[in-house]
Design a protein around this ligand. Structure first.
Ligand SMILES: Cc1cc2nc3c(=O)[nH]c(=O)nc-3n(C[C@H](O)[C@H](O)[C@H](O)COP(=O)(O)OP(=O)(O)OC[C@H]3O[C@@H](n4cnc5c(N)ncnc54)[C@H](O)[C@@H]3O)c2cc1C
Length: 418
């Protein structure tokens, strides 16, 4: 197909989270006809709505690390810790876990860090390109992100800080005194910390999603609120997307359904080991003046972000699949942790459960499907999908347009699991 014919192609993008929206916007800017399909109203309760709002270009050190294997059992059995299991889901999670453990070697950890760094490094410039056309100045703060810890946790911090130094990530180690100067309202329980000065945060992720979506619509994009049930292919391998109500024929399609993507990729004869790390948030309304920037208390594995909604307290990695109900004790844990740092907090609101889409090697899947050249994937961005929206959109739209890139994209192929 020649370049100009290619640009007339019609593309169906399934999933209107941050991935699907950024892909659609990049595609329409290149001249494609784009239909974005989601079963929900925009920003309705998805991971892209409820996340901590961090734009974290520094966060290339993955969770699959040699030291974490030893920590997992004790974290799981501690009810106040950052990790939790829904026991009824354990049998289904075992294959994922075995693959995860294999990826915790130092070699595999460094492989993930290298390829996360490659895209994280481009993440903020890619957003800057999208934000040229919309005003997000009151929705994004540029004050960095601060981590702190008690001295018990220092060993794993050292590994992280060293790996980030080796990758050239800008970071500033903090004494307790400096932490207090930056965030004077936090209870002084900490012994050390680090500031990532180049990080930013969203004061309302949903409003940013909506602005990007409105830009897509204003450029001629179409939106269909429908639940995609299946993907089939014509004899010349073009996708047919069937929803509850309709059937759509496209030249090419993209699956960007976050943690729900596996329900569709399983239909393409590809067994991609995508699962979910469930996470929670609550809001303490009217308290956002207590923080200037997002903070993360590493020992308890949770964070607090000052947002328009108040203080958003976010955390927990819970292995429990997509269908189990929310765990009240995880919410309580977040609330208690927040009150430990800010004893004056009173009532919380808006209990939310969301689904991080995670592969066992903590790299996303970006690229064409193994069996269908006109079907593309963009999912599995785990804890960093908000940060990586714009760059994934740029990469996937470039692939669909047949553009050359100087990035090494081989590490993100779904075929690594074949
Ligand atoms: C608690 C928590 C905190 C987080 N904090 C951060 C952070 O601070 N920074 C960061 O970078 N990342 C963060 N993340 C991760 C980030 O939010 C996710 O990686 C990212 O939002 C995933 O985006 P997505 O577009 O792939 O998926 P989603 O946002 O989940 O969107 C998928 C969309 O697909 C739609 N869909 C699914 N199935 C179908 C179907 N069959 N038919 C039609 N539509 C369908 C859904 O309705 C949904 O709208 C956090 C995640 C959680 C849970």
């Amino acid at each position: 197909m020649s370049g100009s014919e290619e640009l007339k192609s019609s593309i169906g993008v399934i999933g209107a989270g941050i991935q699907g929206i950024c892909i659609s916007l990049n595609l329409i800017k290149k001249g494609f006809k784009v239909t974005l399909i989601d079963r929900e109203e925009l920003g309705h309760q998805s991971a892209s709505y409820g996340n901590a709002g961090h734009f974290s270009p520094y966060a290339s050190v993955p969770i699959n690390r040699p030291d974490i294997i030893l920590d997992i059992p004790s974290m799981l059995f501690k009810t106040t810790g950052p990790l939790a299991l829904k026991w009824n889901y354990v049998p289904r999670m075992i294959p994922w876990f075995l693959k995860f453990i294999k990826n915790c070697s130092k070699k595999n950890m460094l492989h993930t860090a290298k390829y996360m760094h490659q895209i994280l490094d481009l993440a903020l410039p890619a957003y800057d390109e999208l934000f040229q056309d919309i005003d997000v100045s009151d929705l994004i703060d540029n004050k960095g992100i601060m981590y702190f810890w008690t001295d018990k946790d220092l060993k794993s911090r050292e590994l992280e800080i060293k790996t980030r130094n080796d990758l050239g990530v800008k970071q500033q180690l903090l004494t307790p005194h400096e932490i207090h100067d930056l965030e004077p309202h936090i209870n002084k329980i900490y012994h050390g910390g680090v500031l990532y000065p180049n990080a930013k945060h969203a004061r309302n992720p949903k409003k940013i999603l909506l602005k990007l979506f409105e830009l897509f619509i204003s450029k001629g994009g179409k939106f269909e609120k429908q639940n995609v049930k299946s993907i089939n292919f014509t004899s010349d391998n073009k996708p047919i997307i069937k929803t509850d109500l309709n059937s759509y024929n496209f030249d090419k399609a993209v699956i960007a359904c976050g943690a729900f993507s596996k329900k569709l990729t399983d239909q393409t004869n590809e067994n991609i080991p995508l699962d979910t790390e469930r996470g929670y948030h609550v809001h303490f309304k009217g308290y956002d003046h207590l923080l200037s920037r997002p903070v993360i208390f590493l020992n308890q594995g949770f964070g607090i972000t000052p947002m328009e909604q108040g203080l958003r307290v976010v955390g927990t990695v819970e292995f429990g699949g997509l269908d189990n109900p929310a765990s009240k004790n995880r919410i309580l844990n977040l609330v208690n942790n927040a009150k430990y740092l800010f004893p004056d907090l009173k009532e919380h609101e808006d209990e939310w459960l969301g689904f991080r889409p995670t592969l066992p090697d903590f790299l996303p899947v970006l690229g064409p499907s193994k069996n269908h050249k006109n079907l593309f994937y963009s999912f599995g961005h785990h804890h960093l999908g908000w940060t990586l929206g714009a760059i994934s959109g740029k990469i996937i739209s470039g692939m669909i347009a047949g553009e050359n890139t100087n990035l090494d994209l081989s590490a993100y192929t779904s075929q690594r699991f074949s």
